[in-house]
Design a protein around this ligand. Structure first.
Ligand code: ZN
Length: 213
């Protein structure tokens, strides 16, 4: 939630959707930064759908991946282990990435396939066991685009693409190397070409030289 003071000032000035660029007169710098701070601190609604239990819920996550106490509890419950029903906190950065995707695809629902997994057989090093991984999709959107966006923007992450199963695995792995893979025919293929392409720096636009110039 916004601090009351900022909220009151925003409402009083009627400028919640106001930007400096659109202003007819220059705004005092502190007011501009106040508006931006307020906007950045506003939690983003993240519409979720549990594809296994067919449950819909919206949670609000802020620009740091945090949420209020009630929401944090709700997230733990939504993302609980489906086999054991156990819950655990979900990594803040993973939630930040989820919020980021929700922001990119405003109004769309993020369908989650699997988050916390602690059942027997789940690898001891699995980021799902640690509450750091989220498997998801957005119906009607290209998984490739979401995959490339996340891989380009974040480091210390794992991004897996499951084209047959139609979902993306994303996890955060602090201090560990980035890992990318495509799951094909029952196995992970690491360092796929899409990952190389997504992180390739954009080619500078060069002007063609005129003959004799
Ligand atoms: Zn996964």
């Amino acid at each position: 939630m916004l601090p009351l003071l900022i909220k009151a000032r925003l409402m009083g000035m009627g400028m919640a959707g106001w930007t400096a660029a659109a202003a007819p007169v220059p705004m005092p710098a502190d007011t501009v930064s106040l508006v931006y701070t307020a906007r950045a601190a506003t939690p983003v609604p993240v519409p979720l759908f549990d594809e296994n239990l067919r449950v819909q819920a919206t949670v609000e996550i802020d620009h740091l991946g945090n949420s209020d106490a009630a929401t944090t509890k709700k997230i733990r419950h939504l993302f609980r282990c489906r086999v054991t029903n156990r819950e655990r906190p979900i990594a803040r950065k993973s939630l930040l990435m989820l919020k980021d995707v929700a922001e990119m695809y405003e109004g769309k629902t993020i369908e989650f396939v699997s988050v916390y997994r602690v059942q027997r057989g789940e690898s001891l090093t699995s980021p799902h066991r640690d509450g750091r991984a989220i498997d998801f999709r957005i119906r009607g959107e290209q998984l490739r685009t979401i995959r490339d966006y996340l891989w380009r923007k974040y480091t210390e992450v794992g991004i897996g693409w499951y084209p047959s199963e139609q979902f993306i695995h994303m996890d955060t792995r602090p201090t560990l190397h980035d890992t990318s893979w495509t799951f094909v025919n029952g196995a992970n293929r690491y360092n796929p070409y899409w990952a190389e392409l997504a992180r390739r720096p954009a080619q500078p636009v060069t002007q063609a030289r005129r003959p004799g110039a």
